[in-house]
Design a protein. Structure first.
Length: 418
């Protein structure tokens, strides 16, 4: 990274720390002040609260917010009422696991949709760079059997007996053996649903949810999850980090003619599976803000689209970003070597110029999104943001402090509540 950028980034980060710290502390103080007003009203109305002990007990109940409960709304579940903060939560994908950790409630998670080691390693890779932040996945239930079909066993849902199912009910209704009546049965007999999965790609949800379904940005979903956990102050502080990161990155983008063409892909069995960067949804929210030219913009790309080597050579992106590349399902270092050894793959510009990179996970939560934005900025514009280090797996690589695009200590403090 050039000295000119360091000079600009560092004051921005310092300004953010003052702004974000004041926001976090101010939010906590405002929350305390609001609860004090509620306490005073309760004590005045309750003529029987005649002792200091009783008044203190009333104040503690009001401060917890449990007496009156609260309601949080998000499509497709709608308004969901809570008597208290959920302590035992069923989670299907990493968006919500990462959000729970970000809000200091990772220990409430009791499950993941697939192999917890596979998804958990990805979370670990990022959390390794945040002091005091971790996710214990040792006892998590696996909701999906991994037998080839995407499904959840209803009996397992009953066994888990969760306070909350942090899962999109429309997604569950699409699984084999499930329909809306099953979803409603679990809501009534076990606990509510709260999640939104189809915002990832703006895909059409199944009937009867489709007509009224709403789509959200990643950070809108995260805000709603923060409200579920009564962590509005933590959300505000994290959102400030995200906003500051975006402002740093977008202020330093080169002119459009100097930006590379980029192809987001998954590669396996000598076949490329493309993703449109500019398509709606938060799956590419770590790439889209970088303002690149989408190599697949002209194509009719769906989940079923695949390209052979000859087609990829015709498109020939300047950069290839391989999804799920950070300690996840794919060894991108090995894939890069296979492309170099392939008679046609070796002719790709991205391969010849050593610009095949591990990219982020589309099913990303807030902490993941911060790291994945920084990673992508470095991969696409090393002259502006500092070079992306060599990465062969494991933890997110160490970045020199003066080339970090967001402050790790600040994020760790928000997550751990320090």
């Amino acid at each position: 990274m050039g000295e000119d950028l360091i000079d600009r980034v560092t004051p921005t980060r310092r300004a953010y720390l003052k702004r974000g710290g004041a926001l976090f502390a101010g939010g906590l103080l405002a929350g305390c002040a609001g609860r004090s007003d509620a306490d005073s009203s309760t004590e005045a109305a309750d003529a029987t609260a005649t002792t200091t002990t009783e008044a203190a007990s009333d104040a503690e109940t009001a401060a917890d917010g449990d007496a009156a409960g609260y309601t949080v709304s998000m499509s497709p579940a709608g308004d969901v009422a809570f008597e208290s903060v959920p302590e035992d939560v069923m989670v299907y994908n990493l968006v919500y696991a990462d959000a729970a950790v970000a809000f200091g409630h990772g220990d409430a998670v009791n499950s993941l949709g697939f192999d917890s080691d596979a998804g958990g390693r990805t979370l670990d890779a990022y959390y390794e760079r945040l002091d005091g932040v971790s996710f214990d996945r040792s006892d998590l239930a696996q909701l999906n059997s991994g037998s080839g079909s995407v499904n959840i066993d209803k009996e397992l849902v009953y066994e888990l007996d969760s306070d909350l199912h942090l899962v999109d009910p429309a997604l569950v209704a699409s699984f084999d053996g499930w329909d809306q009546s099953d979803v409603e049965e679990i809501r009534e007999q076990v606990g509510p649903w709260f999640g939104n999965a189809y915002s990832r790609t703006h895909a059409r949800p199944p009937e009867p949810y489709a007509d009224d379904y709403e789509y959200y940005t990643l950070w809108e979903i995260v805000e709603n999850v923060g409200q579920v956990f009564r962590e509005e102050d933590r959300f505000a502080a994290l959102e400030a980090v995200h906003a500051d990161l975006l402002s740093i990155v977008q202020a330093e983008l080169p002119p459009e003619p100097e930006r590379p063409t980029v192809g987001a892909v998954v590669y396996m069995d000598e076949t490329f599976y493309p993703t449109k960067i500019d398509a709606p949804g938060f799956a590419t929210s770590h790439i889209r803000p970088l303002g690149v030219t989408d190599a697949f913009a002209a194509g009719d790309v769906t989940f079923e689209t695949s390209y052979d080597f000859e087609t990829m050579l015709e498109i020939d992106p300047d950069v290839l970003l391989h999804s799920y590349g950070i300690d996840s399902y794919y060894d991108v270092a090995s894939i890069r070597q296979r492309l170099e050894d392939h008679p046609v793959g070796s002719e790709l510009s991205a391969v010849r110029n050593d610009r095949v990179y591990p990219s982020g996970t589309p099913v990303q939560g807030p902490i993941m999104n911060l790291f994945q934005l920084e990673m992508t900025a470095k991969q696409l514009y090393p002259d502006r943001f500092g070079a992306w280090p060599a990465y062969t797996g494991g933890a997110y690589p160490e970045i020199p402090e003066d080339e970090q695009l967001f402050d790790r200590d600040r994020v760790a403090d928000i997550v751990t509540g320090d």
